[in-house]
Design a protein around this ligand. Sequence first.
Ligand code: FMN
Length: 384
Amino acid sequence: MTVITHIEDLRRLAQRRVPRMFYDYADSGSWTEGTYRANEADFAAIKLRQRVAVNMENRSTAVKMVGIDVKMPVAIAPVGLTGMQHADGEIHAARAAEKFGVPFTLSTMSICSIEDVAQSTSAPFWFQLYMMRDREAMAAMIQRCKAARCSALVLTLDLQVIGQRHKDLKNGLTAPPRPTLRNIVNLLTKPRWCLGMAGTRRRSFGNLVGHVQGVSDMRSLAAWTNEQFDPRLSWTDVAWVKERWGGKLILKGIMDAEDARLAADCGADAIVVSNHGGRQLDGAPSSIHALPAIVAEVGHRLEVWMDGGIRSGQDVLKAWALGARGTLIGRAMVYGLGALGEAGVRRALEIIHKELDVTMAFCGHTRLEAVDRSILLPGTYPQA
Ligand SMILES: Cc1cc2nc3c(=O)[nH]c(=O)nc-3n(C[C@H](O)[C@H](O)[C@H](O)COP(=O)(O)O)c2cc1C
């Protein structure tokens, strides 16, 4: 087997091991996938200044995100259907994050439930909420997060309607997969995955089935989302969630300086500059491109984080240099999980951490607190 040395190795292995329907679900963006590609490409275009003859001993990448100690400014992003990339995927990813020392965020659309993850971990995790039409169900879900001692709530604002992803429609994405001839033939080539799934009872949306009215099975994720997610979501609703929750609130999916200001007015503790990994508004700028203007607008009022396109520790360092006080990783985690389960997520985190640490040293620093945009080559990075 190939020695795993970078995230791309994990991606390739995941592609071999995960059924096509679920691999495609992760490795895709909406419409032309232009924003999806830009998220990675715009990171690659930023160049670093190499410094030499600087003492590089005793380095640390440890910082805080909303007051929580983290080994590096990286948290696991909420990813729906993680438990379809690998049996009990959310539990494996949460355990890997806990052991490594970074936060794990559980998606509303996860396969393992809030209670499943709480029972399988000891460090508090974060929960990501979508605003649904049924406010009673929302209030109940917030209550479940409190009972599970979640340490932050991530409210995602950019998916009240769903961006069309061609592959999901063509693959007829459902959880578990529908037994069509095409799916059966594909599943026959994924024995590890099938064995894992045969050994777990967690094969549907754990947070919803049996908890939210009208959800007993999942015909089509897109159709269900269109029915249930509230298109009337407003800042008043954000305030409603904040009041019900009462703990740390992170608003995810902000791409505009004006929205960032409104988020700060709402009293959010952090915002995530995010285009949902290029899965929603195709044609939006990359997240790293949108970051500087938002940092300039509200960086003094709350923590600004970002996600989208992070495939290495160098990307984390570049985001930090441009003012992001935290990052989230989606696909880098998914590829690790699909490739090797918990060990793969741990490997993904180790790879990113090592790249971050060594690159920081090459740029002449031993602590992230001292890193700013002066490590970037002028003319190669986006400005406010
Ligand atoms: C397969 C997949 C499922 C996702 N599901 C959710 C979700 O349920 N809730 C959410 O807020 N974001 C979701 N996201 C977006 C991620 O939280 C994050 O914004 C994005 O993955 C970051 O980009 P990256 O994958 O390039 O790291 C999903 C992303 C992917 C790839």
